[in-house]
Design a protein around this ligand. Structure first.
Ligand SMILES: [Zn+2]
Length: 240
């Protein structure tokens, strides 16, 4: 089940990455934007975590973004009509644990949608960690990268730990096709674009190791004593 032991060779990786983070300035202007440079699919992450979101889908007003992620128009310009109009809900499936060390689950969340009055973009807002076009949250993906890259698990065991499906298809008997896809996305900066780029000669496990260390380094200080998989989950959620 969950790996134990928060310190070891992986601790060095996390610490080195944390020091690099501290040394580099971080801008928070686009902090809540997911892939602001990429994308028709504009997903803004709210500060609410998934469990709270599932308990009660927040109102359109409660999670209305401060501005449109496409054109930066303010959503509540003083003295003028709203810039981002509520545009209904969209159902979205999420897989994997909802919290560190939790069991794998399959849930449906209702994401909030908005329409930008200025540029007509549709903006989707979800709980923290929800990624565009991915069924797993940033936290679960970071956890998987940690198990693979920092803790040396094989893909089959990671799938068993994180995936809600227990029946294996033949195509997955050798591992888990999703994991190499995530690693390829990290390599191409389509996933966790904030982590240091990996040199071309890095193996998949080295790419996962660097990404996981980057995610762990984003865990808030109160979680630094947690085991690496938990740090990766929490840091990944912040980093997405
Ligand atoms: Zn706009």
């Amino acid at each position: 089940m969950a790996p134990k032991g928060g310190r070891g060779s992986h601790g060095r990786w996390i610490e080195v990455t944390r020091q690099m983070l501290a040394a580099s300035a971080s801008s928070c202007s686009g902090r809540d934007l997911q892939n602001p440079n990429q994308s028709q699919a504009k997903i803004v992450q709210s500060q609410l975590d998934i469990k709270r979101w599932l308990q009660q889908t927040p109102s359109a007003e409660a999670v209305r973004p401060g501005c449109c992620p496409a054109c930066q128009a303010p959503s509540r310009p003083p003295g003028r009509p709203l810039g981002l109009w509520g545009h209904g809900l969209r159902s979205r499936q999420l897989r994997g644990p909802l919290e560190p060390n939790g069991p794998p689950q399959l849930v449906e969340v209702q994401l909030r949608r908005y329409l930008c009055r200025s540029c007509k973009a549709t903006v989707t807002v979800g709980p923290r960690g929800v990624l565009p076009r991915r069924l797993y949250t940033a936290g679960v993906i970071a956890w998987a990268l940690c198990l693979y890259g920092l803790l040396g698990w094989n893909a089959f065991s990671i799938r068993e730990r994180l995936c809600p499906w227990k029946v294996m298809g033949e195509a997955t008997l050798g591992g888990w096709a999703t994991l190499p896809r995530w690693i390829a996305a990290v390599r191409e900066a389509r996933l966790f674009p904030g982590v240091r780029p990996s040199p071309a000669e890095f193996s998949p496990r080295q790419v996962a190791q660097r990404a996981a260390a980057g995610c762990c380094a984003h865990a808030v200080p109160t979680h630094w004593a947690a085991e690496p998989a938990e740090q990766a989950f929490l840091g990944g959620m912040h980093m997405a």
